[in-house]
Design a protein around this ligand. Structure first.
Ligand code: HEM
Length: 348
């Protein structure tokens, strides 16, 4: 039970990183695993009902009941979002609550496993158990595909969701789509007159550009798909990263490009993928608003919204990927600002 919940958690986290349609199966796998947890919960509850009835006596039973309610809420919120539920509580939608509860559930179950760990009994490892798990997994697949067919038949809001589960908001509307930021990033508006974007690292001639320099009207139509549950397709314009890198002269050992925000938020893309990304200064015909990352933000087609770094300070060409970015995106905004003076460094 705990292991399948762990699998639901792992596939859930995995979904957050998938932004290309060919990755639809990761979401399907998560749905099937989620339904598998639900199916396994039923015999488990039947087995332990004696601890709850006629009244709860032990603290362990209380803990078990609380965990069961948490698991049921996690699954109900996930299914309700997929069907098309519109409930917003304390500013958070059903998908946000689903993810938050899924996290809490996984922490609680991990603690339970550490505190009450029992060695696996031989019957747990038997062929019969494996067969039983297989049957439940088939049940999970059936329920997930039945759900998908039902949603389509009924034409609910969920039938119009993207393969990521996100719903469309304000496409082709300029700055009118929702402003969201990962964690603590809330910088004050930047002074466009003094702001410069540096292009540096493994390049022969590092340099810095102003917003006007970037406003070259190179265009890209791309979908920003936020892990918070919405997507918006917009015409973005600015300058392609490839053109900016060519001007700096990329050194042969370069493999990665890191995009760093004034807040310390950062993300890297492989060099070839980065070349096709855009540094946007406009959305539609409007200059980017502060909330959407003015003076300039990254537009990275096929990547989820958290990769589209806002309030850029520098583009850094590197030989290595950047594992520290996973921590940086969660604590940026608390750790101090990057400099936007335009003074460039030759080596990243
Ligand atoms: C914290 C990590 C998690 C994340 C990021 C996550 C993410 C998601 C997303 C994006 C969807 C919508 C998928 C779609 O539109 O097709 C979803 C649905 C769902 N999730 Fe999760 N989830 C997490 C944890 C869990 C856990 C721990 C469970 C089970 C206990 C679970 C069970 C479900 C179920 C039953 C659905 C609805 C079925 C479906 O996908 O079609 N999730 N989740």
């Amino acid at each position: 039970m705990a292991l399948t919940t762990g699998a639901a958690f792992a596939t859930g986290l995995w979904t957050l990183t998938v932004g290309r349609p060919e990755g639809w199966w990761v979401f399907a796998l998560h749905g099937v695993t989620g339904y598998l947890v639900l199916l396994l919960l039923i015999p488990k509850l039947v087995r332990v009902r004696g601890r709850f009835l006629p009244g709860i006596r032990s603290p362990h039973a209380w803990a078990g009941l609380a965990t069961t309610i948490l698991a049921l809420m996690t699954m109900t919120f996930g299914i309700a979002w997929v069907i098309g539920g519109d409930l917003v509580v304390l500013g958070y939608n059903l998908l946000n609550w689903h993810i938050l509860l899924g996290l809490v559930l996984t922490v609680v179950l991990s603690a339970h496993m550490v505190i009450r760990a029992k060695p696996l009994r031989s019957e747990d490892r038997s062929r019969r158990q494996a067969l039983r798990l297989g049957v439940f997994a088939l049940g999970g697949m059936f329920l997930w595909s039945f759900q998908e067919r039902l949603i389509k038949e009924l034409g609910t809001v969920g039938s119009r969701r993207r393969f990521t589960g996100s719903r469309e908001v304000a496409s082709f509307s300029g700055n009118a789509f929702p402003v969201v930021s990962w964690m603590a990033d809330r910088p004050a508006p930047l002074d466009v007159a003094t702001w410069r974007l540096r292009i540096e690292g493994l390049v022969t001639a590092p340099y810095a550009v102003s917003r006007d320099d970037l406003d070259t009207r190179q265009e890209l139509t791309a979908t920003l798909d936020c892990t918070g549950g919405f997507y918006t397709t917009q015409h973005w314009s600015g300058a392609f990263v490839g053109a900016l890198l060519d001007r700096a002269g990329v050194l042969p050992e370069a493999r990665w490009v890191r995009f760093v925000s004034v807040t310390g938020y950062r993300w890297s893309l492989p060099l070839e993928q980065a070349r096709d990304a855009l540094i946007a200064v406009r959305v539609g015909s409007e200059l980017l608003s502060h909330g959407h990352g003015a003076p300039a933000r990254l537009v990275a087609p096929g990547e989820r919204g958290f990769v589209w770094v806002k309030w850029l300070a520098r583009i850094e060409v590197r030989a290595e990927p950047d594992p520290g970015q996973l921590i940086a995106i969660n604590i940026s905004g608390l750790t101090g600002a990057d400099d936007v003076s335009g003074e460039v460094n030759a080596r990243g």
